[in-house]
Design a binder for this molecule. Structure first.
Ligand code: CS2
Ligand code: MG
Length: 405
């Protein structure tokens, strides 16, 4: 079962996706997601110029050896571009192995640990009222966990919120230069506790609540926020502070029992290691696309299990449905699965380009038993949506200082 062709496609149905297709001598093929938002063509160049030539002629069944070849075999390890290229190849090889075995990937990982995968939906709003209206709609649709993000009064735009009333899926679709946003921690603090106070009054105590701080706070500010939110019993507070210095979380943890989650920008197990083994977090939010694929996430998940940390993969709209499928297989298998972020499957374009049969019922996702990953990539449909250069925004404090977006 020899790898005899690998192709890379970039399409932009509202936002850019980089898709890899690995084809074997037997004609069986697999697909993988290599999307790094705002840096798409860097991954394409790495794959086409440096990775693909080394893989042609190798045995497609040697998933572990190929992963190690791409990780250990290069002097320049880690990094989002490198690990996304590795991830896409890895996902495609798991897809191929499943198809050849006639089994869905979760069976190859060890089988089902649960009937379905619990999801958390996003409720966003331009004010607290609108956020809670949207949360109530999700609760009525059966979601048991909901992320609440509300615009901060006094700031033009707030991350994770419906900027100019556009659907979340349309954001980031066509920004030829990075838009600039302003941040004020003071203004945010004035809003955030009220949001959760009113959420509990309106939504009751059964629903699980999540909030993404998007790394805007210093560790001591995060510690204070965690403490202030304790009465509202969050499932977790996400990306409270940056953790390039993983010790930041020691400080946060000393002060609050609000559960903590981080990991969507992490690329390897090493980025998570200290946080996990020191039990400084409760959920690890790595994405298969950005942290080296199924092979790498399986390893992180097993390591996390030893320290009571649960898997809660990133599920933003800039991860393609192929990544979502990879997460579904990991989530279905992982004994220490927590929750999966879910923003819907998009309008008709996305399901047409990436057809799949994942079912959503009452806030739970059920993977199909199709062999492999169970998601396709329609090259013809994708052609109608050519690549557009596009960036995430950047963030500045009110005095103009660069801040974390
Ligand atoms: C967010 C993301 O879903 C999340 O948790 O943090 O929407 C994030 O902003 C984007 O994935 C950035 O690429
Ligand atoms: Mg996030």
């Amino acid at each position: 079962m020899i790898i005899n062709n690998i192709e890379v496609f970039v399409c932009c149905p509202g936002r850019n996706f980089v898709t890899v297709k690995v084809t074997t001598s037997e004609g069986v093929y697999g697909v993988g997601d290599a999307t790094v938002n705002g840096r798409e063509q860097a991954v394409v160049a790495l794959l086409e110029e440096h990775v693909i030539p080394c893989l042609i002629g190798r045995n497609a069944h040697d998933i572990e050896d190929i992963w190690q070849y791409l990780y250990r075999g290069v002097y320049w390890r880690k990094g989002p571009i490198n690990m996304a290229a590795t991830a896409a190849i890895d996902m495609a090889l798991w897809d191929i192995k499943g198809k050849v075995a006639g089994l869905p990937v979760y069976q190859l990982l060890g089988g089902k640990s649960r009937k379905g995968v619990g999801l958390y939906a996003h409720a966003n709003g331009e004010d607290i009222e609108q956020t809670l209206d949207n949360a109530q709609k999700h609760a009525a649709a059966g979601f048991k966990a909901i992320r609440l993000q509300s615009a901060v009064p006094g700031l033009d735009v707030t991350y994770g919120v419906l900027g100019d009333k556009k659907d979340y899926f349309e954001m980031q679709g066509n920004r030829p230069l990075p838009p600039e946003e302003t941040w004020s921690t003071q203004k945010y603090f004035n809003m955030i506790v009220e949001l959760f106070d009113r959420a509990r009054s309106r939504l009751g105590n059964e629903i699980q609540l999540v909030h993404d701080v998007h790394s805007r706070l210093t560790p001591i500010e995060s510690a204070r926020l965690g403490k202030l939110l304790e009465p509202y019993n969050l499932m977790f507070l996400e990306d409270a502070s940056m953790a390039e210095n993983q010790d930041n979380y020691k400080l946060i943890r000393q002060h609050t029992t609000t559960p903590l989650a981080i990991g969507e920008t992490y690329n390897t197990i090493w980025d998570c290691k200290d946080l996990i083994q020191n039990q400084l977090i409760d959920y690890i939010r790595v994405a298969a696309t950005h942290a080296g694929g199924i092979t790498a996430l399986r390893r992180i998940t097993d390591f996390a299990a030893m320290f009571n940390v649960k898997l809660a993969p990133h599920g933003a709209p800039d991860l393609s449905p192929i990544c979502f499928a990879a997460h579904m297989h990991l989530n279905t298998w992982a004994p220490n699965f927590g929750v999966q972020e879910f923003v819907g499957f998009g309008d008709q374009d996305l399901p047409q380009i990436f057809p799949h049969n994942t079912e959503i019922v009452d806030g739970m996702a059920y993977i199909s038993d199709a062999p492999g990953l169970g998601v396709e990539f329609d090259e013809e449909a994708a052609k109608a949506f050519p690549y557009k250069r596009s960036y995430l925004p950047i963030s500045r404090l009110e005095d103009g200082t660069m801040w974390n977006w």
